[in-house]
Design a protein around this ligand. Structure first.
Ligand code: PLP
Length: 491
């Protein structure tokens, strides 16, 4: 918490503190009390008691409940982030994940006693193969970026097995920041190519760059501008003819699920973010799941174990991949998240998944059309699940995209992603997702239009926002470099 701009309507927990008040009751100690000095080296022992507030139990509960309300989440309201958006988290999945048969098993249990869990994993592998058009899937990676790295390590092993030294991974400038980062961590040099005037991969630039040192092209399709690469077949040809492989960043698959598949577009590797597209709330650092699907030629390099089916119909963990890149995650990956994704897939079914994509695309286009008269639209085409606007028009009145994002907080909305992708000035990136009602979409559209009008007629109103939040404008650079992690209201 930062002290600046903080409103103190209520007494803080430190102000409520009175010496001797306690918030718990324990039975009397019935074993001899140990002297701390006999257990902990004297140099590590506190000289003074910690300055903790002394309060009643209800005060503690109210304190933490109050803090939790200051957080905005998908269960509080509309959250149209863009690119990393959390989609639908059906509550039934939480039920499934808490079933004792799943929640109480131990990773060291023998295979025979966890056949049900293995069957879930096996079936999920198969479903994800089908959804992505790949030949085999590993469920181990714990995040999108982890999946990218895993995929790139397999690509590296593949080229090395053919005696080829390929050092470069081509990444378009609209790519998610994790793409060049994963390429670097996997030991490649990331080479950026520009987008053309339509926001798509510049084919001439790609032709120039693709060559004997190309290991792979990493691509998001639709890209982070929400645009579908219509020349994907040609792009795949250029990369394959140069001897490189195609990596598909499928973090947000809700524009294409059930309609087209990376495997059919010519991609050799794909990761999905189950914690974005297929439920599991994310944010705050985890847990996640970023399964990776590969085409036949990369199967030998998959991380082990893969869940496989025995001839008698049972399931086992298959470690028999002599060329495997090795294990990338302890045990079987993040099982609870894999389970939620499986329930999600089963409850929608094939047709349902297609409907998800169609609704996501419809919602985004509806919103784009309604907002287009009020904002600059850098790429005026039909979008997929998300779209970008530019705040350049409002900037002429001295109002920046950041100001508009702050103003949205007063309307009770989480702002969209801003200033990303980098190739759009004053970028505002919006993803409404497939599950919001028309009324919710219209409410957000109205707020955006009002803010655009304020920017023109009353710019100060926008520049000083937000007005309704617990803290107003923070020095964001200072807050991230020198965060004040303890409560600054301590006595
Ligand atoms: C979220 C995202 C990633 C990274 O996924 P993490 O799970 O956060 O590591 C990669 N690419 C795109 C397009 C994304 O939206």
């Amino acid at each position: 918490m930062s002290g600046s701009g903080e409103k103190h309507d209520k007494a803080t927990i430190f102000e409520l503190s009175r010496p001797g008040r306690i918030g718990y009751s324990l039975p009397p100690c019935d074993v001899p009390e140990a002297d701390p000095a006999s257990l902990i080296p004297a140099s590590l022992l506190r000289k003074q008691p910690a300055e903790l507030p002394e309060v009643y139990e209800v005060d503690v509960i109210r304190h933490y409940t109050e803090l939790s309300r200051r957080n905005f989440g998908i269960d509080n309201g509309f959250y149209p982030l863009g690119s990393c958006t959390m989609k639908y988290n059906p509550k039934i999945n939480e039920d499934a994940a808490r079933m004792t048969g799943f929640a109480k098993i131990h990773p060291y249990q023998p295979e025979e006693s966890i056949q049900g869990a293995l069957e879930v994993l096996y079936r999920l592998q198969k479903d994800l193969q089908e959804i992505t058009g790949m030949d085999q899937v590993t469920l181990q990676p714990a995040a999108g970026a982890h999946g990218e790295w895993t995929g790139l390590m397999m690509i590296r092993a593949y080229h090395e097995s053919r005696g080829e030294k390929r050092t470069k991974v081509i990444v378009p400038d609209s790519a998610h920041g994790t793409n060049p980062a994963s390429a670097a961590v996997a030991g490649f040099e990331a080479v950026t190519i520009p987008s053309d005037s339509r926001g798509l991969v510049d084919l001439d630039a790609l032709r120039k760059e693709a060559g004997p040192d190309t290991a792979a092209l990493m691509l998001t399709n639709p890209n982070t501008l929400g645009l579908f690469e219509e020349h994907i077949a040609e792009i795949a040809d250029i990369v394959h003819q140069a001897g490189g492989l195609l990596y598909y960043d499928g973090a947000n698959a809700n524009a294409i699920m059930g309609i087209t598949r990376p495997g059919d577009m010519g991609f050799d590797v794909v990761h999905l973010n189950l914690h974005k597209t297929m439920s599991t709330p994310h944010g705050g650092g985890g847990p996640g799941a970023g399964p990776v699907g590969v085409k036949e030629k990369l199967i030998p390099y998959l991380p082990t174990p893969i869940v496989a089916r025995r001839e008698d119909g049972g399931y086992f963990l298959d470690y028999n991949f002599p060329h495997s890149i090795g294990r990338v995650k302890s045990f079987y990956g993040n099982f609870g998240i894999l389970l939620r994704a499986y329930v999600y897939i089963l409850s929608y079914g094939g047709e349902g998944l297609r409907q998800v994509s169609e609704n996501a695309v419809l919602n985004a286009n509806y919103m784009l059309k309604k907002l287009a008269p009020y904002f600059d639209v850098p790429y005026d085409r039909k979008c997929k699940h998300e779209f970008v606007l530019s705040g350049n028009r409002q900037k002429k009145h001295g109002v920046r995209t950041l100001d508009m994002a702050k103003r949205l907080l007063d309307f009770g909305y989480h702002p969209p992603t801003i200033y990303f992708p980098l190739n759009v000035e004053e970028c505002i990136m919006i993803e409404p997702t497939e599950t919001e009602s028309k009324e919710t979409l219209d409410g957000f559209i109205e707020a955006m239009i009002q803010i655009a009008q304020e920017a023109e007629h009353d710019p100060e109103r926008v520049k000083n926002a937000p007005y309704t939040t617990v803290v107003q404008r923070l020095d964001e650079a200072l807050a991230s470099r020198k965060p004040v992690l303890n409560c600054s209201c301590a006595p």
